[in-house]
Design a protein around this ligand. Structure first.
Ligand SMILES: NC(=O)c1ccc[n+]([C@@H]2O[C@H](COP(=O)([O-])OP(=O)(O)OC[C@H]3O[C@@H](n4cnc5c(N)ncnc54)[C@H](O)[C@@H]3O)[C@@H](O)[C@H]2O)c1
Length: 320
């Protein structure tokens, strides 16, 4: 990370800290010398994700739902608001919880940041671009979202969260930033969370057919979690309000991803084409000019390397 863009945080609050990305953020902040309070209701996360942090000086876990107002009893200088179901399987199972977490949860997390005069960063998503008509997607693109489709509970919750965060900064002067994360992958994803990378790895390791939706020509960009965490902390350390796209601009088709994972696992699994979900975006690729220019950030982990490391992690955890 650009040295000018790191800060010595004293005490960070990470909502959703027992989730996939949040647990890596907690780990990185502790490694930088910050104290961390992780708040999570374990609705889609797991204690196991933060088991390695238990007992570490400066780390505290609070099991709580951020849709209820919460207080932190000591000074806070950073709030990273990452609580939210994120995989389609989760937000389709928890539609109202997802909307509440993006709205009430964001409001409550902003209130904590305001009370402490802390920097606040909202985890938004490339899903705010919906099925994009601009490619690649830059931050100035307003998106193409179906407000009543099945995915809308997530997409609109995040869009509302962005509006709320922007209004909070304008109204109360709270120091806010917004990151729009594109697909991130890595250790601690769940094999059954419905996202392509863990699904394909689980299927390949089990010798099952890899289920590719549609004709597999739809693209995604895959960012390793180490790169995402570095980007989030760079935005946190900056004074950027954002939104800032964080993602890997190297696109891969879903069929290409399935073939690569078959190769990396040495699996003999075949590929099976299944129905494509409603409103599934055809393309997804970030324009990261802003992050490159303002933060000197760009992904460093190549897909082949990052996926190989993720496969290793899944191999060691057959139940994941
Ligand atoms: N992983 C990605 O590719 C990706 C892409 C774009 C955006 N994001 C965003 O990053 C954040 C983390 O995503 P993730 O992939 O780690 O998902 P995740 O499901 O692994 O983590 C989310 C965490 O939030 C917790 N949570 C959910 N609702 C809560 C509530 N009301 N109160 C307290 N805790 C709550 C869950 O228990 C879980 O631990 C989310 O906000 C997501 O929208 C992730």
């Amino acid at each position: 990370m650009n040295a000018a863009l790191s800060r010595n945080w004293k005490h960070a609050v990470v909502t959703g800290g027992a989730g996939f990305v949040g647990s890596h953020l907690c780990t990185a902040l502790l490694a930088q010398g910050a104290s961390v309070t992780c708040i999570d209701d374990l609705s889609t996360g797991a204690r196991e994700n933060i088991a390695h942090l238990k007992g570490r000086p400066g780390f505290a876990f609070v099991e709580a739902d951020v849709t209820e107002p919460f207080r932190i009893g000591r000074e806070v200088d950073l709030v990273l608001h990452f609580a939210s179901p994120a995989s389609p399987a989760d937000y389709l199972r928890l539609p109202l919880h997802t909307l509440d977490t993006g709205s009430l949860g964001t409001r409550n997390a902003l209130a904590v940041a305001r009370a402490h005069g802390a920097r606040f960063v909202l985890a938004s998503t490339s899903e705010v671009y919906g099925d994009p008509q601009q490619h690649p997607q830059s931050e100035s693109y307003w998106g193409n979202v179906n407000p009543i489709g099945p995915r809308s509970v997530y997409d609109e919750a995040k869009r509302f969260g962005e509006a709320l965060t922007t209004a909070e900064a304008g109204t109360h002067g709270t120091d806010t930033g917004i990151v729009r994360l594109f697909n991130t992958y890595g250790p601690r994803m769940r094999g059954h969370d419905g996202r392509a990378v863990p699904t394909f790895i689980r299927q390949a390791l089990a010798g099952e057919a890899l289920t590719v939706t549609g004709d597999g020509r739809q693209t995604r960009s895959l960012c390793h979690v180490d790169d995402t965490v570095r980007g989030v902390l760079a935005v946190a350390a900056s004074d950027l309000r954002g939104p800032v796209n964080l993602g890997n601009p190297v696109e891969i088709t879903m069929l290409g991803l399935a073939r690569l994972i078959t190769e990396l696992t040495g699996s003999r699994s075949e590929i099976r084409f299944i129905e494509r979900p409603t409103d599934d975006p055809a393309v997804r690729c970030p324009d990261i000019t802003l992050a490159r220019g303002k933060l000197q950030w760009e992904p460093e982990v190549a897909a082949r390397d990052g996926l190989a490391r993720t496969v290793d992690w899944f191999r060691k955890r057959p139940g994941a």
